[in-house]
Design a protein around this ligand. Structure first.
Ligand code: ATP
Ligand code: MG
Length: 559
């Protein structure tokens, strides 16, 4: 599947994995992708998916999908389903059944008791606020909880009471007994279990205590026999805790944690919490709004799985944080679609042209190639009639210098066919252009005439066409770093012009039967996809995936 079996990406994690296989430390690589089902996956997760599934794939290993579901109040089945769908769509499959961290709650509970029995955990009744006070800071050591040295038997009994539902939330927690003076705050007697009287989407009402992320993650890795537990750099400080837990329980094996730099993209937010806010406050039209950097949003926008995988490969895997230009993502989809997408004509903002010397009853079939550079993609026939539509912006009453389009008394070629001359312009009372009257040169098809022709414009018959709605997208944020300024919210820099809807667009007839998710290059307009879900009063909806050129880069250079 991947284009580079022979020159597989040689990033540092690949080197580690290869070395572990070569030395015999592992005979098979087992990785995992561990999303928390508290939102839809975004482009950052795609990086992690390509890395984890990709490493397994490249080395003949396996990658598990494990839902990290220790925070039931924020999680839901909808998110679980969307995550599974996105992974499959990206082109990956997990080994065996889907796993849930909650599958291991019994074992985790037993390990918690094991820690208490060995004098390595205790039940604590400090309030949240007291606990914060006792924890100390980066510059100050913490001080021990007054419950730290209570007898083992007492902690065992208290933990049983927590489990039995005798405590309200916040009245008791189980904590590891590690080191309140550790320079690493994660090691200052971290919480293992807390009381939560809440229903869980997988385990129902079985539990009223839930393990913390840190107490769950490494142990789940160990249960599944994960060899390389790969996470983002912010977990580097948790690694000593990850190892402490595995070293202090009867773990079946001791996976190792490795960190890499998360993906940051400019003009984009990649935090599930913030994406959820955009959805909940209706700044966008759902998690899969084509402006969202979610995998489902990118899909709806017209991105292909191959383009996202290519993007993840291109940006590489390192340990240094950086910001990737969103232009790189756009480059990848353009590159993919340039060769893969059929060409078609669509007039997004139409104005009528009457070709006065063209017979009223004639429908002339114009044959056009589906791809200018790939004959194997075949040809199509597009009807030319006396009345056609052209793009409103392709006409100028007063042509600027070097104008390549239509203007009074000037010649322009209709893509694939005749040259027309603009003889007359009709305006309404408000001064809006309503119609152009032109004449065509019947001898000009496929021939370079003596007179000067401005350029080539696209067109669609006014009587034989597919009415449609076209949606153009711009960046969702106006600032490169939407979260960069503490004085304002990322919501303050939402681009008010991120969506433009053209409801009166017309496409050539060959698009009448285009299925959802079919992609085209609309001549001179960019790459478009038939929306997966929407029809507007029976009309197709086309989403613009990306323009033909990186117009943003140019504009930014000018500024
Ligand atoms: P968010 O910050 O958006 O809430 P998260 O880290 O909480 O993301 P998880 O569901 O826990 O989301 O993530 C699953 C996996 O994806 C984790 O291993 C995490 O490290 C990885 N991941 C999340 N965001 C990124 C990113 N921007 N770049 C690379 N990997 C990421
Ligand atoms: Mg997380």
């Amino acid at each position: 599947m991947s284009s580079n079996e022979s020159n597989a990406p040689n990033h540092f994690l690949r080197q580690i994995v290869d070395a572990d296989l070569a030395s015999g430390k592992h005979t098979k690589i087992i990785t995992r992708f561990p999303p928390e089902p508290n939102g839809y996956l975004h482009i950052g997760h795609a990086k992690s998916i390509c890395l984890n599934f990709g490493l397994a794939q490249a080395t003949g290993g396996e990658c598990n999908l494990r839902f990290d579901d220790t925070n039931p109040e924020k999680e839901s089945q909808e998110y679980i389903d969307s995550i599974k769908e996105d992974i499959h769509w990206l082109g990956f499959g997990w080994a065996g059944e889907v796993h849930y961290a909650s599958d291991y709650f019994d074992q985790l509970h037993a390990w918690a008791i094991e820690l208490i029995e060995n004098g390595k955990a205790f039940v604590c009744h400090l309030t949240n606020e007291q606990m914060r006070e006792y924890r100390g800071s980066l510059t100050e050591p913490g001080k021990p909880s007054p419950y730290r040295d209570r007898p083992i038997e007492e902690s065992l009994a208290e933990f049983a009471r927590m489990r039995a539902g005798e405590y309200k939330e916040g009245e008791a927690v189980l904590r590891a007994k590690i080191d309140m003076a550790s320079p690493n705050i994660n090691m200052r007697d971290p919480i293992i279990y807390r009381v939560r009287h809440i229903h869980h989407h997988q385990t129902g009402d079985k539990w009223c205590i839930y393990p913390t992320y840190d107490f769950t993650h490494g142990q789940s890795d160990a249960i599944e026999g994960i060899t390389h537990s790969i996470c983002t750099l912010e977990f580097e400080d948790h690694r000593p805790l990850y190892e402490w837990y595995l070293n202090n329980i009867s773990a079946p094996c001791k996976p190792r944690q490795y960190e890499f730099a998360r993906l940051n993209l400019n003009y984009t937010v990649t935090s599930k919490r913030k994406l959820k806010q955009l959805v909940d406050e209706k700044h966008v039209d759902g998690w899969d709004d084509p402006r969202m950097p979610t995998i489902s949003g990118l899909r709806r926008r017209g991105y292909t799985p191959a383009s996202l995988r290519e993007f993840c490969e291109r940006i590489g895997v390192t340990r240094s944080d950086g910001v990737v230009d969103v232009g790189t993502l756009e480059f990848c989809i353009r590159d993919d679609l340039d060769s893969a997408a059929k060409r078609a004509m669509c007039v997004i903002d139409p104005v009528k042209v009457v070709i006065t010397n063209f017979d009223e009853n004639t429908v002339e079939q114009i044959e056009l190639p589906n791809h200018p550079k790939d004959e194997t993609m075949g040809v199509r026939s597009v009807p030319l009639t006396r009345e056609i539509f052209i793009e409103r912006e392709d006409f100028a009453m007063e042509a600027p210098r070097k104008w390549k389009r239509m203007a009074p008394e000037q010649y322009v070629r209709l893509r694939g066919t005749y040259v027309i001359k603009c003889d007359e312009q009709i305006f309404d009372e408000q001064g809006n252009l309503v119609e152009l009257r032109c004449s065509y040169d019947p001898d000009s098809a496929g021939i370079k005439p003596e007179y000067k022709v401005n350029g080539v414009i696209h067109w669609v018959s006014a009587t034989h066409n597919v009415p449609c709605e076209v949606r153009l997208y711009d960046r969702l944020f106006t600032e490169p770093d939407p979260e960069g300024d503490k004085e304002r919210s990322f919501l303050d820099v939402i681009n008010p012009e991120s969506l433009s809807v053209f409801s009166n667009a017309v496409a050539e007839v060959t698009l009448a039967d285009a299925e959802p998710e079919t992609r085209f290059q609309f001549e001179r307009q960019g790459y478009f996809v038939v929306d997966r879900f929407d029809q507007k009063e029976g009309r197709k909806v086309f989403n613009r995936t990306v323009g033909l050129r990186d117009s943003w880069a140019k504009e930014q250079q000018k500024n």
